[in-house]
Design a protein around this ligand. Structure first.
Ligand code: NAD
Length: 467
C-alpha cells in the first residue's frame, strides 16, 4: 500500500493548490478527486469544470454578442448578427479542457500523485490514516479535506436536469430559452441571468430577501440594481417561490410577493446558494464534527477534531470563493511544513462579473457606521474618468472608506467595467495596512480607469483634483 505524508481529498482550488504547495515543500503528496468530465477524470473542481471558468467564458462571449449593435456611438454599424450557440459552448468547453489539463500537468511537474475516485477515510493505522481513493487503498500521515460544496436544492423546485437546473445546467442550455426565471439574486443568479439576457432571453429574477445584494455596500447595491433593471433584468425582491408545474411546453411557476403570482417560463435556474459536500467521506463513522449548517468545524489552524485531519475551502464555510480557498490551501501546506502560513480574511476581494462589474474589499460604509466606527468617505464617478469615457463604458463609481482618525483604508467598493481588475490594487493597499492617502498619492498611469481609485482616495481627504 502506498504511503504518503499528505493525502488531499478534493482537487478544486483549495485541494489542488494545497497539494502543489505540500509537494513543493518536500512532502510526498497524493490528491484524490472524483470529478469526471467527458468520461475522464478532470481536476479543478467546480471552479474549473462548471463554475468560475466556464461562466466567465460565457460572460465574455455574451458580452461581445451584445456589444454588436451597440457600437453606433463609435461610428461602427454592423448589419445583422447571428448566434451560433454550439460554437460558443464549444469555445467554453475548450477553455475548460485547457485549464483542467493544466492542473494535471502541474501535478506531474511537482510530483503530486493524482488518484481518481471518491476519497474516503477508513480509520487510523498507527501513525497513519488508512483511506480509499475509489477502489484503491493508501496510507497518509496527514489528511486535508477539501471537498467543496454543491448547489443547494430548493424543495419547492426540485432540479430535473433539463428545465429546472442548477448553475451547472445553466451553463449548457442547448438553445436560448425565450423566457428564463432565475431563483436567487446572488452571484450565480446575476451572472448567469446576465449571460442569457444578453443572448436573448427575457429574464425574471426572483429573490427571497427584501434587500438587493445585502452583503454589498448600499450605494453599490443601489447602482447595480438600477443598471441591471435598465438592461432588462426583471428583479423582484421579497418573493417566496412556491411551486412549478408543466404547462404545455412551458413551466408555470407560482410564487408569493405582496400577493399570489404566477408566471410562465421555459427554463428555471435555481441559484440559492451552496451547501458543504461531506457525504461519502467516512466522517460520520469516525465522528468528524460538523457545525449546525453542515460545514466541517476547524480551528484557526484548519484542524478538525480528528487527529492530523485538516479541512479548507468551501467545506469549512466563510466566503465560498475560489481565491479564499486557494489561500487556505497555501497557508495550511506551509503550516504543515512548520512555516507560518496565514490568511488575511479582512482583505478578501469579492467580485460579481456582470456589466458593469461589482467588486469590493473590506467593509461597507453602513457596516462600519452601524458599529459606531467613525469613517470618512471619498467617491469618484467613472463618468469623469477620461479612459472610461473614451471607451464608452463610463457608468459606475469608486467609493473609498477610511478610518476618520487614522485614515487607514477600511473598504473599497467599485461598480465599473473591469472592476474585477481594479479591485486588486485596493486589496494590496489593505494588505499592507495602507491609508487612503497612500492610495491617493500613488502615481497611476494616465489615462486609465485606475485613476478613479486614486481620485476617490484623494476625495477622502478632500484633495481631489478632477471633480
Ligand atoms: P449566493 O449566496 O450568492 O446567493 C443566493 C441568493 O439566493 C441569495 O440572495 C439568497 O437570499 C437567495 N435565496 C435563498 N433562498 C431563496 C429562495 N427560496 N427563493 C429565492 N431566493 C432565495 O449563492 P449563489 O449565487 O447560488 O452562489 C453560490 C456560491 O458560489 C456563493 O457563495 C458565491 O459566493 C459563490 N460564487 C461566487 C462567484 C464569484 O465570486 N463571482 C460566482 C459564482 C458563485
Amino acid at each position: 500500500m502506498e504511503r504518503y505524508d499528505v493525502a488531499v481529498i478534493g482537487g478544486g482550488p483549495a485541494g489542488y493548490v494545497a497539494a502543489i504547495r505540500c509537494a513543493q515543500l518536500g512532502m510526498r503528496t497524493a490528491c484524490i478527486d472524483d470529478w469526471r468530465r467527458k468520461d475522464r477524470p478532470s481536476l479543478g473542481g467546480t471552479c474549473l469544470n462548471v463554475g468560475c471558468i466556464p461562466s466567465k467564458a460565457l460572460l465574455d462571449s455574451s458580452e461581445k454578442f451584445e456589444l454588436i449593435g451597440e457600437l453606433k456611438d463609435h461610428g461602427i454599424t454592423v448589419s445583422g448578427k447571428s448566434l451560433d450557440l454550439g460554437a460558443m459552448m464549444a469555445r467554453k468547453e475548450a477553455v475548460v479542457d485547457r485549464l483542467t489539463s493544466g492542473i494535471a500537468l502541474l501535478f506531474r511537474k511537482y510530483k503530486v500523485d493524482s488518484l481518481p475516485g471518491l476519497g474516503r477515510l477508513i480509520g487510523r493505522d498507527g501513525e497513519f490514516w488508512k483511506l480509499a481513493a475509489g477502489a484503491e487503498e493508501l496510507q497518509a500521515r496527514r489528511i486535508i479535506l477539501a471537498t467543496g460544496s454543491v448547489p443547494r436544492p430548493l424543495p419547492s423546485l426540485p432540479f430535473d436536469g433539463e428545465r429546472v437546473v442548477d448553475s451547472e445546467g445553466a451553463l449548457s442550455f442547448a438553445s436560448v430559452p425565450p423566457r428564463l426565471t432565475v431563483v436567487g439574486a446572488g452571484v450565480v443568479g446575476l451572472e448567469l441571468g446576465s449571460v442569457w439576457r444578453r443572448l436573448g432571453s427575457q429574464v425574471t429574477v426572483l429573490e427571497a430577501m427584501g434587500e438587493f445584494l445585502p452583503a454589498a455596500d448600499r450605494d453599490l447595491a443601489k447602482e447595480a440594481l438600477r443598471r441591471f433593471s435598465e438592461q432588462g433584468l426583471d428583479i423582484q425582491l421579497g418573493v417566496e417561490v412556491q411551486s412549478a408545474e408543466p404547462a404545455g411546453d412551458s413551466l408555470r411557476l407560482r410564487y408569493r410577493a405582496v400577493s399570489d403570482q404566477e408566471l410562465e417560463c421555459d427554463r428555471i435556474i435555481v441559484a440559492v446558494g451552496r451547501v458543504p459536500r461531506t457525504s461519502g467521506l467516512g466522517g460520520d463513522q469516525l465522528g468528524l464534527e460538523l457545525d449546525s449548517r453542515g460545514f466541517i468545524k476547524v480551528d484557526a489552524q484548519f484542524r478538525t477534531n480528528l487527529p492530523e485531519v485538516f479541512a479548507i475551502g468551501d467545506v469549512i464555510g466563510g466566503p465560498m470563493l475560489a481565491h479564499k480557498a486557494q489561500e487556505e490551501g497555501v497557508a495550511l501546506a506551509e503550516r504543515l511544513a512548520g512555516q507560518a502560513g496565514a490568511v488575511n480574511y479582512r482583505a478578501v476581494p469579492w467580485v460579481v462579473y456582470t456589466e458593469p462589474e461589482l467588486a469590493w474589499v473590506g467593509q461597507s460604509e453602513q457596516e462600519l457606521r452601524d458599529r459606531g466606527h467613525a469613517v470618512k468617505v471619498g467617491r469618484f464617478p467613472m463618468s469623469a474618468n477620461g479612459r472610461a469615457l473614451g471607451s464608452g463604458e463610463a457608468s459606475g463609481f469608486v467609493k473609498v472608506v477610511a478610518d476618520a482618525a487614522t485614515d487607514r483604508l477600511l473598504g473599497v467598493h467599485i461598480v465599473s467595467h473591469d472592476a474585477s481588475e481594479l479591485i486588486a490594487e485596493a486589496v494590496s493597499v489593505m494588505e499592507f495596512g495602507g491609508s487612503s492617502e497612500d492610495l491617493g498619492r500613488t502615481i497611476h498611469a494616465h489615462p486609465t480607469r485606475s485613476e478613479a481609485l486614486k481620485e476617490a482616495a484623494l476625495a477622502v481627504l478632500k484633495l481631489g483634483i478632477h471633480l
